[in-house]
Design a protein around this ligand. Structure first.
Ligand code: SF4
Length: 359
């Protein structure tokens, strides 16, 4: 029998499954779940279960965290941005980034896939291709390692690491339920953010989840179809009109403000006409907040990083169009932990080598 990872389940789900699978000791399920989620350990004996019952728990359920391979930090004005690299059971690696938010608060940027098939041309992960989806427990494990192995005080979570979150919607939606589960991790919906390149079907599924206070942001990066087709191949399938329509429908609450991320690439998407196109795209969407992200060159740069004056000029054009804009301060560029820099383009070759050795 395959063991079920406890950290892929909500508290009530574990209680239900334990009842089905275990003749004795299932009454401890809710406390065992809380121990795993809140303390990062799985010790059924600590609840007074006898040896047999504890062994039955271990035979049916598992709690294993991936190996922590490396932590790299980059000091900045708000504190250190730190990237952790985790090795999964099959040898593949994923990366997550701790981002300082000031006043001792941190956001964890988590991965949802190993690699990504979306192929955005400015992104390091896109160059890997998709190796596989992460399971729910592997998504949650990133938070548990951060909190319980590294002692990081994580407050918010954003799905903006490796992968397109809504391309792995089944596992990501379940991860949202597990994160938000009041009897478990109890992370408020307002502290969770899904970021998507514009996966229209995924946005519909997210709507059906019914999380009224969840944050959603899209990576726009170009507001005319021909440029967006080039930068983000998903646009050939879900063009700007389709994306805009899906976002008009997605209104989880009255005061919902959509995050619109725009990575500024000098010489590519930084003209006044580009800014006007962004405003035209956003106008029917009610409330938005544009996050302007200065491009972070990866191992095969598409452009240079923009000068501060170029960033300010573009922000000025957006504001003149009436858009609220915030500049995302670049964090973690020194350790390849900034936006668009996660991933290991040689991972596919390494995986092949790993499989050859195992055969
Ligand atoms: S930006 Fe996001 S969706 Fe695009 S290739 Fe990178 S990880 Fe994938």
């Amino acid at each position: 029998m395959n063991k079920q990872p406890i950290h892929g389940l909500c508290n009530a789900e574990l209680a239900q499954r334990a009842k089905t699978l275990l003749p004795r000791g299932h009454g401890m399920a809710r406390r065992i779940h809380r121990q795993v989620m809140r303390e990062g350990r799985f010790q059924p004996e600590s609840f007074g279960l006898g040896r047999e019952a504890a062994e039955a728990w271990r035979a049916a359920f598992s709690f294993e965290l991936p190996e922590l391979v490396a932590v790299k930090s980059d000091e900045g004005d708000y504190g250190a941005t730190s990237k952790m690299v985790l090795r999964l059971q099959d040898g593949l690696e994923v990366e997550s980034v701790r981002i300082p938010m000031g006043r001792g608060r941190y956001t964890l940027c988590v991965s949802s896939q190993v690699g990504c098939k979306m192929g955005c041309t400015f992104c390091e992960t896109g160059r890997m291709g998709l190796l596989r989806h992460l399971r729910t427990d592997e998504i949650i494990a990133q938070l548990l390692v951060a909190r319980h192995r590294l002692g990081w005080p994580i407050r918010n979570l954003v799905f903006m690491g490796m992968g397109e979150a809504l391309d792995n919607s089944e596992n990501v939606l379940q991860a949202l339920r597990v994160l938000n589960d009041e009897a478990g991790l109890a992370i408020g919906q307002e502290r969770l953010t899904i970021c998507t390149v514009g996966h229209v079907e995924g946005i519909r599924l997210l709507d059906q989840l019914g999380f009224k206070r969840l944050n959603l942001s899209i990576s726009l990066n170009a507001a005319n179809d021909s440029l967006r087709n080039e930068l983000m191949p998903i646009n050939r399938r879900n063009d700007l009109a389709k994306l805009q329509q899906a976002l008009i429908v997605y209104r989880p609450r009255r005061n919902f403000a959509l995050g619109v991320n725009y990575c500024l690439l000098p010489g590519i998407n930084d003209t006044e006409a580009d800014a006007r196109a962004v405003a035209a795209f956003c106008r029917p969407l009610d409330r938005v907040l544009v996050n302007l992200i200065p491009y972070n060159p990866g191992s095969m740069p598409l452009a240079r990083a923009p000068e501060e004056a170029e960033v300010e000029r573009f922000i000025g054009w957006l504001r003149a169009e009436g858009l609220p804009v915030r500049e995302r301060v670049t964090k973690g560029r020194g350790v390849m932990a900034a936006c668009g820099q996660l991933g290991n383009p040689t991972a596919r070759a390494e995986l092949k080598a790993l499989r050859t050795v195992r055969v």
